[in-house]
Design a protein around this ligand. Sequence first.
Ligand code: SAM
Length: 277
Amino acid sequence: MENALEPGLYIVAGPIGNLGDLTPRAAEILCRADVIAVEDTRVSAKLLRHAGSDRPMVPYHDHSSDTLRAKLIERMAGESVALLSDAGTPLISDPGYKLVRDARAAGRHVTTLPGPSAAIAALTLSGLPTDRFLFMGFLPSKAKARGDILAEVAALRATLIFYESGPRLSDSLAAMAQGLGNRDAAICREISKTFEEAVTGTLADLSTRYANAPPRGEIVVIVGPPGEAPPASAEDADAALKEAMTRLPVSKAAGEVAKALGLDRRTLYARAMELKG
Ligand code: SAM
């Protein structure tokens, strides 16, 4: 008989639609863990059948009672507990954060079995910059809360990743166009499944496209970073210098404007002296 797994917590990423994406290592852990903490036993039963696992499941959510979580942490002292989501990587818009936090606090062994996540899969499909990105999860459905969150990130020079649903898609895209500017975006749908697609366009165009035809299936919206601001003109620089010199000595004014407009400080200082006459 195979050796028992080391006691502790095993974070197991599952497929995001295509069962073939379950990694062999994840399948092995699902077959060997003493117990598997899942969101929905009916959903996970299908994956466990596919993996050939007959291990027992227990339902777990981060809003499960503290007692249930404490019991799982207790079990991790002598048993292996796998954590599995309905889809993709646990903790990513899914339960698990509190379980990992408490397992670490209790000194349990914690390890992860990496695998698919819709956020990263969509980013790779989008054709938008990947050097810097921010995962935004699901936007709130109330317009005010949604607008507040978009305002918080509007100035970031980063690609943004949102999870969405078909019925909300058009409204969310319109809110993004308003709150972030009409940027390039990609709607990535049904990734790894039969009807996988990625539709690209500006936020406003995409909002119109989906207004009367909400798409089916699972969706990730990728929004590109704000466009490069056009370089400041000589007139912009003069106006900024004149304004700054009403408040600051010439060298400080030149420094402030250089920083704000991304221009050379010495050139601006010379120009400020000219303007001063
Ligand atoms: N933990 C998962 C992960 O790692 O991607 C995400 C779980 S979250 C509750 C579910 C959301 O992920 C869906 O509403 C959708 O926005 C996105 N999603 C999951 N599977 C997807 C797929 N195959 N194609 C596109 N989006 C998907």
